[in-house]
Design a protein around this ligand. Structure first.
Ligand SMILES: *Cc1c(COP(=O)(O)O)cnc(C)c1O
Length: 390
């Protein structure tokens, strides 16, 4: 093996596609919680929930240990289970549809709009049957699904909506923050998301009755009353967030506006750099240039597979060789083995399949430098030029 001798050295430190930003104030706060004697769910979770509720205009919010269980719990509160169908997108993190299977219902996929990469709302009505109970839209990369159109369909057919807003914390629709209106809104605080608690999530609910149910599903169905009262009325799980995690989240909420501003600046810079070069003529598809509503959770391009001599995996390897991390978010869900076993096949959702094969997430995170964008774009252009079909 002599391949290693020909591998070029990266010119700069490795640039990951994302990186959490944890400031010293947050680290000091976490140390305080660790020293306090109360480290799991307690006063910091309550404070975090109150802070989130204020952020979302006073709606009830409950925190959990993932952005997956939040959606599962929303489905349970809505009474969705066996015999029911839930409409969603095939281009998302697989959690989006796994939770539907988890409660015993059936996901019904509707293809994406190739421009927004979100569920194509104009195709939803054709997918509605008497068994349909809910829609789970996803704001991929933080670009909001059209909420007016979405809720008009939900109202017309009397459907619940569980917004999978895992990627759209801080994004808005017509001047209103995602989470501040609508039906159930679910967020994830995974480290890759714009706001993190290491692992965690929260669910925005409609009223206190739903919030009480969410608390029961969160922890073994337990209801406590008075000094010595405990009752169990339903099967709940073990989905509570820790106070340590909640303290991380409090430090993140304090910075989220700054994060979003910086992400938008970097996204703008990507457009500037990408517009001046042959990337356009190479057939690269750029995201929607929305700097008002989108929180720029990710900057994703779609490679022109018909014009390239190499597949995405090779493009990714070339980026890595240049010291740049890139990601895939996501392969089309319906083509995973589990979903094929349930009956889906190639060709069912051509737009999602094309995106699933060719979408590529470029580095974007608040502490990235302007010069990093130049470095990524230069790498992308050189890879596309060298491997373009003549
Ligand atoms: C991250 C994510 C989830 C799941 O969140 P976890 O906190 O990892 O459970 C769900 N849907 C989408 C679109 C996501 O990006």
């Amino acid at each position: 093996m002599s391949a290693s001798t020909s591998t070029p050295k990266p010119a700069a430190p490795f640039l990951p596609f994302t990186r959490p930003t944890i400031d010293d104030e947050t680290i000091a706060g976490v140390c305080e919680v660790l020293r306090s004697g109360w480290i799991t769910s307690g006063p910091k979770v309550k404070e975090f929930e109150a802070r989130l509720s204020a952020y979302f205009g006073g709606r009830p919010v409950r925190a959990f240990n993932s952005g997956t269980c939040t959606m599962e719990i929303a489905l349970r509160i809505a009474g969705i289970g066996p015999g029911h169908e839930v409409i969603t997108t095939p281009l998302s993190w697989v959690a989006t549809s796994n939770v539907v299977l988890e409660v015993g219902a059936r996901p019904v996929f509707v293809d994406i709009d190739p421009v927004t990469r979100n569920i194509d709302l104009s195709r939803i009505e054709a997918a509605i049957t008497p068994a349909t109970r809910a829609i789970i839209p996803v704001d991929l990369a933080g670009l909001p699904v059209d909420r007016d159109y979405l809720y008009a369909i939900a109202k017309k057919y009397n459907l619940r909506v569980i917004e999978d807003a895992a990627q759209s914390f801080g994004a808005s629709w017509r001047g209103k923050l995602i989470g501040s209106f609508g039906d159930f809104v679910s967020f994830s605080f995974h480290p890759n998301k714009n706001v993190t608690t290491i692992e965690g999530g929260c669910l925005v609910l409609n009223n206190e009755a739903e919030a009480k149910l969410a608390e029961q599903y969160r922890l073994q169905g337990v209801v406590r009353s008075g000094m010595d009262g405990m009752e169990v009325e339903l099967v709940g799980g073990k989905f509570n967030l820790t106070d340590v995690a909640a303290r991380v989240g409090l430090g993140q909420i304090a910075q989220v506006d700054a994060f979003t501003t910086r992400r938008r600046e970097l996204a703008k810079l990507y457009f500037e750099k990408l517009s001046t070069l042959s990337a356009r003529s190479a057939g690269l598809r750029l995201p929607v240039a929305d700097f008002e509503q989108c929180n720029w959770h990710m900057f994703q391009v779609i490679l022109p597979e018909e014009k390239l001599t190499i597949k995405r995996a090779v493009v990714m390897e070339k980026f890595h060789t240049l010291g740049i991390g890139v990601g895939v978010h996501y392969p089309a869900i319906h083509l995973f083995a589990l979903y094929r076993r349930l009956g889906w096949k190639d060709g069912d959702f051509p737009n999602a399949e094309y995106a699933g094969r060719n979408i590529l997430t470029l580095p974007l995170f608040p502490t990235m430098h302007d010069s990093d964008v130049t470095r990524v774009v230069d790498a992308l252009v050189s890879i596309l030029q060298v491997h373009h079909k003549s």
